[in-house]
Design a protein around this ligand. Structure first.
Ligand SMILES: Nc1nc2c(c(=O)[nH]1)N[C@H]1C(S)=C(S)[C@@H](COP(=O)(O)O)O[C@H]1N2
Ligand SMILES: [Mo]
Length: 399
């Protein structure tokens, strides 16, 4: 999609949502070129997604063993409110704060256009992109304690190739002070209102060190412009970190010499409740998790040897080992790792199941990453239902 088609798409979609905009009680955004729609715009076929309304989970049974990257059309969606349609021509990334070499207030922020940004040196980075709450439902179903939040199984994850510009490059061009420590990224979607409280726009701060390391401002995914649901025209991507760190529909960056905060790093997306202490840090690097490319309860045709596929991933690095159990964890065998196609993405593996007996079985898989982290038997409870990294029990039936 070039700038012209994206403008056309915006105009026709804006016309399509005209009826929604005219509906009484629905606020139209004050920011030029931003129209709230949704909750999700892309099609969510029932064989590919579990539809949670503002969120949608990818079904692992729809993943083809030969597809390494997750197509954008099939990637999970996690929206706090609803997808906005943004006119790329009118869009600006506003950058302000006392951490800029020439400090700027919010009112006189520097403004980068979409065209300016896309002229900067391109970079392509593959990452496994995952929601902090992926696997949340297993706190209830495996451990008997239900946290609040979307009851994801394991499909709030995908591996995609982002296209954009390194944030380090942008910051060097704009000039930042050596004592800048924190950057607040803010989205252009609706304010998040929950329990009668307006928390303002979805926003989360992150360290300047991460910005200068591997953060990118992404305008593309898998060779195409971002879809509206995934952050068009531009989103932040913090590789390996919790999904919430990768702010969609990026509207501004505040660069500060003080530590910035938002409810998304103080109230949510840190460990609270259970046995966690009161002063836990905001969550950053994703844990180790694994999934079978199978539906839960899938019926598998009996053969002398059944080949099963799955994937494991970690926010901290490559996957070093994957073990599989077909007997409730009594014995474990190594799965065969297929070469990870790109650093940063997940690892595909296969397991040859010899002479499975007819009837019900529970499959289990446990991965270890290059940082030495292994999936545990259980995950300590937390109120947000974050980081369920324990071995998941996956029921199947051989018939
Ligand atoms: N502006 C904005 N950015 C956001 C969100 C949001 O609701 N608004 N959701 C976050 C969360 S919790 C996740 S898991 C990812 C999901 O990205 P995706 O919908 O492109 O898969 O976006 C993050 N960035
Ligand atoms: Mo998330």
């Amino acid at each position: 999609m070039d700038a012209r088609t994206s403008r056309r798409t915006f105009l026709s979609s804006a016309a399509a949502v005209g009826a929604v905009m005219a509906a009484p009680g629905l606020a139209v955004r004050a920011v030029a070129g931003v129209v709230a729609t949704g909750p999700i715009l892309k099609p969510l076929p029932a064989d590919q997604f579990i539809d949670f309304g503002t969120n949608a989970e990818m079904r692992w049974s729809s993943v083809g063993a030969h597809e390494y990257l997750t197509p954008q059309s099939r990637l999970f969606v996690r929206n706090h409110t609803r997808t906005p349609l943004i006119d790329a021509d009118a869009w600006r990334l506003r950058v302000f704060g006392d951490g800029l070499a020439s400090p700027k207030g919010e009112g006189d922020a520097l403004a980068l256009s979409y065209a300016e940004l896309r002229r900067l040196p391109h970079t392509r980075v593959t990452t496994t992109h995952e929601c902090t709450g992926n696997g949340r439902s297993f706190f209830a179903t495996q451990q008997g304690q239900a946290p609040s939040g979307t009851a994801w199984t394991l499909g709030a994850v995908g591996t995609v190739r982002w296209e954009g510009v390194r944030l380090a490059h942008v910051l060097r061009r704009l000039g930042i002070r050596p004592d800048a420590v924190s950057i607040q990224a803010t989205g252009l979607d609706d304010n998040y209102v929950s329990g009668g409280v307006d928390y303002g726009r979805v926003r989360r701060p992150f360290p300047v060190d991460k910005a200068l390391d591997d953060a990118i401002l992404a305008w593309g995914m898998n060779g195409r412009d971002l879809l509206p649901d995934h952050g068009f025209p531009v989103r932040l991507v913090l590789p390996g970190w919790v999904g919430i760190a990768s702010i969609k529909w990026l509207g501004s960056l505040e660069i500060s010499t003080r530590e910035l905060t938002s409810p998304w790093n103080t109230k949510w997306y840190r460990m609270t409740g259970g046995d966690h202490p009161a002063d836990t840090k905001p969550l950053t690097v994703n844990p180790v998790r694994s999934a079978w490319e199978l539906a839960r309860g899938q019926v598998i045709e009996r053969r002398r040897q059944v080949t099963l596929h799955g994937r494991s991933w970690s926010g901290a690095g490559a996957i070093a080992r994957v073990e599989v159990s077909t007997d409730d964890g009594a014995s474990w065998r190594d799965a065969r790792l297929l070469r990870p196609e790109r650093p940063g993405g997940w690892t595909q593996w296969r397991f040859d199941w010899e002479r499975p007996a007819l009837g019900g079985h529970v499959l289990m898989t446990r991965a270890t990453d290059s940082a030495g982290r292994t999936q545990p038997e259980s995950t300590p409870y937390n109120d947000g239902g974050y980081f369920f990294d324990a071995v998941v029990r996956h029921p199947v039936r051989v018939a």
